[in-house]
Ligand binder design. Structure first.
Ligand SMILES: Cc1cc2nc3c(=O)[nH]c(=O)nc-3n(C[C@H](O)[C@H](O)[C@H](O)COP(=O)(O)OP(=O)(O)OC[C@H]3O[C@@H](n4cnc5c(N)ncnc54)[C@H](O)[C@@H]3O)c2cc1C
Length: 502
């Protein structure tokens, strides 16, 4: 039996490509080696808790690329999104609380400061006549494609400008650089002395494109009810309803190429499944070097792919508590001394050691947003951060330091602690990529915008999607991976003549 297209890997990039193809009537088979779909955007169950593999803030939420993919397979609105209410940043020298309207800064020393930023904005907006406001917002959102087109060549000029240099023009307060550096490592998998300024600009513009008049700006990011797995599982349900197939626990050993053309894939048991199109979500480097084999590419291309820089890997710590210790939904813990982040990331990235301080952590409290993710009365706190896959020091050192970060951020943590677990880069290697990146390719100078590797490979019928591929695809992690899958799927639907292989 043949298929119009086979997708290797059910990460969210692969699922999004599957949605674009199945939604246009193609017969699609998705093969996933893990027991569940989703790759780095997935969840497992333990003791009544739903534990996510990593991501906790998904840009676009119900207004973004994920919803577009779901819509293609008739699953519009099927994912319910939770939005962040209370947020907190725990710094070594202060705590910043934010409840969506008011920001409250409580330094360790000195007086507290309260900013009513959103109230101020509301008051200012009240001064503008309602009709004028609505008309101008609606015009702005309608004009976004034009704005994007006009800004694209300007933004391209920042492709090779380092974020560190760009930000240095405006700020010399080390704390701002620390916060930006932490933000960038989480968002792009590279620190500010590597990250391209254009990538931040494109990402911001991409998020603005999702904005609709009258929308609460806090809806531009969210967390899926049911945990991360709701995203790929909903896409896969839609693909199956459109006549596609999804097989989990099925490893693809080889993508079979004959006379420069893809003919299908070979599974571990030797079964050959035929298709003229194979889309790999199993990592760009791995696809070229291992799944296809570099002998099918010219040396220049194979070397180029081999030499691409991969983003930093990550860790994910998940703590189960027998009672709630916090009412916030998400936030950050940054206990590194002011001005210390550059040194922190250099130790991590260049010396491959683990600095002796609690790491910068993005955390979320999924059970506050969706109580079904923990047993009644209990709480789940999830923290994520950067960690190199080839660290010279044991990952257990980072685990202890991350736990220490939780203790310092959440009073009562120790009293209510039940257990925790820690996902290290080995887990992310098991998901398919040797260098275990948290996001994918580092969004750094030389490999963003038009220099990002294309989803279309030089081998006829072979495509790549996910965090590693897609020329001119940018954005924040999951959103970018889904955009990559959608763009590749649409390209195939619009440009490739497909006949089912036999
Ligand atoms: C700790 C951590 C925190 C994160 N936080 C966020 C966040 O807050 N917000 C956000 O947007 N993103 C976040 N991300 C990033 C985001 O999760 C990833 O960028 C995204 O999920 C990657 O999707 P992908 O399409 O590249 O697929 P992947 O997740 O790489 O999935 C690839 C799939 O292919 C399968 N596969 C590989 N090879 C084969 C084969 N030979 N045969 C069959 N199957 C195969 C794998 O098992 C896997 O399921 C985080 C990631 C991590 C690790």
């Amino acid at each position: 039996m043949g298929y119009d297209a086979i997708v290797v890997g059910a990460g969210i990039g692969g699922c999004a490509a599957g949605c674009a193809l199945a939604g246009s009537g193609m017969k699609v088979l998705i093969l996933e080696r893990m027991p569940q779909v989703g790759g780095r955007c997935s969840s497992i169950k333990r003791d009544g808790f739903t534990l996510d593999t990593g991501a906790h803030a998904i840009f676009g939420a119900e207004h973004g690329s994920i919803e577009e993919a779901c819509r293609m397979v008739g699953k519009d609105g099927a994912i319910k999104w939770c939005h962040f209410g209370k947020m907190i940043a725990v710094l070594s020298d202060a705590r910043i609380y934010f409840d969506g309207r008011t920001m409250f800064l409580k330094p360790d020393k000195g007086d507290s400061i309260t900013f009513h930023a959103m109230d101020l904005m509301d008051d200012m907006l009240k001064m503008v006549p309602e009709q004028l406001l609505e008309t101008s917002m609606s015009m702005t959102s309608k004009m976004m494609p034009l704005v994007t087109a006009l800004l694209t060549p300007i933004i391209e000029q920042f492709d090779d400008v380092l974020m560190k240099d760009f930000m240095g023009r405006f700020f010399d307060w080390p704390r701002i650089h620390d916060i930006m550096n932490t933000f960038q490592c989480g968002m792009f998998g590279s620190p500010d002395w590597m990250t391209s300024t254009a990538e931040l600009m494109r990402t911001a513009l991409g998020v603005m494109e999702y904005y609709q008049p009258g929308m609460d700006p806090f809806e531009l990011a969210g967390f899926p009810a049911g945990g991360l797995i709701s995203i790929p599982a909903t896409m896969c349900e839609g693909i199956v309803e459109k006549g596609g197939e999804v097989r989990t626990g099925t490893n693809v050993r080889r993508i079979v190429v004959e006379s420069g053309k893809v003919v299908g894939v070979e599974l571990d048991d030797g079964e050959l499944i035929r298709s003229p199109i194979v889309i790999s979500n199993g990592g760009l480097k791995e696809t070229v070097a291992d799944l296809v084999g570099r002998e099918h590419f010219d040396d220049e291309y194979a070397d180029l792919i081999r030499d691409l820089k991969t983003g930093t890997s990550g860790f994910c710590i998940r703590a189960a508590l027998d009672a709630p210790v916090t009412d916030v939904d998400m936030g950050g813990i940054l206990l590194v001394e002011p001005g210390g982040m550059e040194a922190y990331f250099r130790e991590l990235w260049q010396d491959f050691t683990i600095p002796d301080v609690p790491p910068p952590i993005y955390f979320s409290v999924p059970s506050n947003m969706d109580p079904s993710l923990a047993p009644p009365g209990k709480q789940l706190i999830v923290g994520i951060g950067c960690l190199m896959f080839d660290s010279k020091e044991p990952y257990s050192k980072m685990e202890k330091l991350a736990l220490e970060g939780f203790r310092r951020a959440f009073p009562g943590f120790d009293e209510h602690y039940m257990w925790h677990d820690f996902l290290d880069p080995n887990m992310y290697i098991a998901l398919g990529e040797r260098l275990a990146p948290a996001i994918g390719l580092a969004q750094c100078i030389g490999q963003v915008g038009k220099n990002r590797p294309s989803s279309i490979s030089p081998v006829d019928g072979l495509y790549y999607v996910g965090g590693e591929a897609g020329q001119n695809i940018s954005g924040m992690a999951c959103d970018m991976c889904v955009k990559s899958g959608l763009a590749c799927g649409k390209h195939i639907v619009n440009n490739v003549t497909v006949g089912i292989a036999t």
